[in-house]
Design a protein around this ligand. Structure first.
Ligand code: SF4
Length: 292
């Protein structure tokens, strides 16, 4: 019989390694396509460098960027999966192990004690966990490390509800114009609309996990995603902000109900290094890695 706790730790370690060293195939393919379609020599050189960097990281199993991000896990625990409250500590153990052995850059800084050197925060919040309780006997884990540069350009605003969808679109364009070259474009943009001031940012981050060019099942939302993708590329930020090549690879939106008096909008931007990796473990410890 398998040691389920060990399987969860080993799988999470592997997910952190894969996320840091290998881009999801559709992201890589989109970057290659962007490189091939870029006309100007400056943009072409930047896109070529990004693609070469991604390929070298994958071949040598080394992080694709020196900033391996702040670690977050999206976790779905089935009500018949044998582990529950222990999962959090196991994922922290995997994070500490990955920090030493991948290696990941130590990025958890305590305001008073400094860098913990482990990627584990001293106060229990880092890594950050998004837990969901679901039916069934499986555990799904998605590891998502996110770099500081791209997190710095995230934005949230409570816009007047009367501004409606037009106001949402204007704010997304405003956020991307402000990001400009600051966070290693081409970007992928997650937008969360509704809920409260915290929920819209969580939804925006979650939206980044949807594979590129998989638009929202609600056609009205899909139409806004496609429209924003076009509009944002007209900003001509370009590869690494040089005005040539793709600015934005894709836009994904999630909507929640809102309070009648509020229209919260969260914008979470990923740099070209849109890193995440997932797996599902069943109650017997069999692991299925998600297509990557
Ligand atoms: S923004 Fe992304 S690619 Fe740029 S340094 Fe940060 S993690 Fe690396």
């Amino acid at each position: 019989m398998k040691d389920i706790a060990q399987v969860v730790e080993d799988t999470s370690f592997e997910l952190l390694k894969v996320a840091a060293t290998k881009l999801p195939s559709e992201v890589k393919e989109t970057l290659v396509k962007g490189k091939n379609e870029t006309k100007g020599s400056l943009g072409k050189a930047q896109m070529s460098a990004i693609v070469e960097n991604v390929e070298l990281a994958e071949t040598n199993i080394k992080p694709m960027c020196q900033d391996t991000g702040l670690v977050a896990f999206f976790v779905k625990i089935g009500d018949k999966f044998p582990l529950r409250s222990e999962v959090k500590e196991i994922l922290k153990k995997a994070t500490e192990r990955a920090t030493k052995n991948v290696p990941l850059r130590p990025n958890a800084v305590d305001m008073f004690e400094g860098n913990t050197k482990t990627n584990i925060g001293l106060r229990g919040y880092v890594p950050w966990f998004y837990f969901d309780l679901v039916e069934g006997d499986k555990l799904e884990i998605i590891a998502m490390p996110k770099g500081g540069g791209s997190s710095n350009v995230g934005k949230m605003k409570m816009i007047p509800p009367g501004k409606g969808i037009k106001g949402v679109k204007e704010f997304v364009v405003e956020a991307l114009a402000a990001a400009g070259p600051l966070a290693c474009p081409p970007y992928t943009v997650g937008v969360g609309v509704g809920g409260g001031e915290d929920m819209c940012m969580n939804l925006a981050k979650k939206a980044l996990l949807r594979p590129l060019y998989h638009y929202h099942e609600d056609e009205r939302i899909a139409a806004i995603e496609k429209e924003l993708l076009q509009t944002l590329n007209q900003l001509e930020i370009g590869a690494m902000g040089l005005g040539e090549g793709p600015s934005v690879l894709d836009v994904h939106m999630e909507f929640a109900a809102r309070h009648p008096a509020s229209l919260p909008v969260g914008v979470v931007i990923s740099c070209w290094a849109l890193r995440h990796a997932g797996a599902t473990i069943d109650k017997d410890g069999n692991v299925e890695y998600h297509p990557h």
